[in-house]
Ligand binder design. Structure first.
Ligand code: NAD
Length: 361
């Protein structure tokens, strides 16, 4: 295959980030986009450039046969139906997280995908952020010693405005713990090298969108909370989420503590939300117990790659690997099973936060 042709299903904010990043890969080209929203569809077609065809529906896009791989970046509640409709085409797929918003929907997709040959990769960009990759390397090379505690703090801006306001309600997002925190539960599983057994959470919708009304309803998505996840090998994970804290220097602070050292990845928020609109560097910090001297590394990321998205370069690095899989063969690094498991923890956290119950998995 000389050139890999991509089609984008759902050409909003994330679909356009995918287009910009695919545009940075030699041998990759976006040949088709679809979106029912005229504004998003037109922006995406212009961004993809000459020769890209734009469709209103993914049915028309699929019928046109213009692509070798699909990227699904439609709203969360549509992933299930879109996947049911496009899986039979047997093309490689990169589907945005969360895989689906309910467990039965995720399970149905896994069963259907098992019947076909082409791979499905669940987009978990946080795995591919350079400071997080450095952290993963530190834990796997034993720089921390055996991992005991994983703490992920996300202090960020509120959910952005979306077409049709789909991200304001649990029924369409799966809930905040599924919608955005599935990334962090995925990271915890990856670092702990274990599966969760118990989830306890406290959270609420306290600050954001309290004065918004959509068809007479106020948004019900959580905007802050704590989640504790116990793993089957004794590792403890904790998530601290606050979505009205965009004044923070670090959007994510991810720390892993082992018997011999603490390792930490510090990730700034997107440049477009920084005080002067400029990119900020990320850092990795290793704090060994023996020396008690912090080893601080600035993680440099190419500015063209940073500028192609809001996720500190991760969308590009994930696409590089997805592209290599499509071109050379191989299996997804983030599987449908990973996608399902991250949704399962997110749903448990939502349930625990709303009921006060401990969820045993
Ligand atoms: N991995 C990440 O870091 C990350 C970041 C942001 C968003 N996302 C995910 O990407 C997906 C899209 O999020 P977004 O922020 O771009 O939302 P968005 O609302 O900006 O974009 C979604 C687009 O899908 C379009 N759409 C609606 N129905 C459609 C249909 N039937 N077929 C095709 N397109 C349709 C909408 O008109 C909209 O333009 C979500 O699943 C979200 O969770 C992932």
């Amino acid at each position: 295959m000389t050139e890999i042709r991509y089609a984008i299903i759902g050409s909003g904010m994330m679909g356009q980030e995918h287009i910009r990043n695919i545009g940075l890969i030699n041998g990759a080209r976006v040949t088709a986009v679809c979106d029912p929203d005229d504004g998003m569809r037109n922006q995406a077609a212009v961004l993809a450039g000459h020769g890209c065809k734009a469709f209103t529906t993914y049915g028309e896009l699929m019928a046109a046969g213009l692509c070798d791989a699909l990227v699904i970046a439609a709203p969360n509640h549509l992933h299930h139906q879109v996947l049911l409709d496009v899986l039979p085409a047997d093309l490689p797929i990169l589907v945005e997280k969360p895989l689906c918003t309910t467990l039965p929907d995720c399970e149905e997709i896994l069963a259907m995908a098992a019947q076909r040959a082409a791979p499905v990769w669940v987009a978990m960009e946080y795995r591919y952020m350079p400071p997080v990759e450095r952290l993963l390397q530190a834990t796997s090379l034993g720089e921390t010693g055996p991992v005991r505690m994983i703490s992920i703090r996300e202090h960020r801006f509120p959910f952005l405005k979306k077409v049709g306001d789909w991200n304001r309600f649990n029924e369409k997002t799966g809930g905040t713990m599924v919608e955005k925190c599935c990334h962090f539960f995925d990271l915890m599983r990856l670092i702990a090298k274990a599966e969760p057994i118990r989830v306890y959470a406290s959270g609420a919708a306290d600050v954001n969108f309290r004065d918004e009304h959509h068809d007479g309803r106020t948004p019900d998505i959580l905007d802050n909370g704590f989640v504790i996840v116990d793993f089957d090998n004794g590792v403890r994970g904790m998530l601290e989420l606050c979505m009205f804290a965009e004044g923070s220097q670090w959007q994510e602070a991810i720390s892993v503590i082992g018997d011999s050292a603490k390792a930490e990845a510090l990730v700034p928020g997107p440049a477009r939300f920084s005080p002067d609109g400029a990119e900020r560097a990320s850092e990795f910090v290793l704090s060994p117990r023996t020396s008690k001297v912090e080893q601080r590394e600035t993680i440099e990321v190419d500015h063209t790659i940073l500028a192609a998205g809001d996720h500190h370069g991760s969308t590009f690095f994930q696409h590089q690997k997805f592209f290599a899989m499509v071109r050379d063969g191989g299996v997804p690094e983030v599987t449908l099973e990973d996608g399902l498991k991250s949704v399962r923890i997110g749903l448990a956290a939502e349930h625990s936060a709303r009921t006060g119950e401990v969820v045993v998995l």
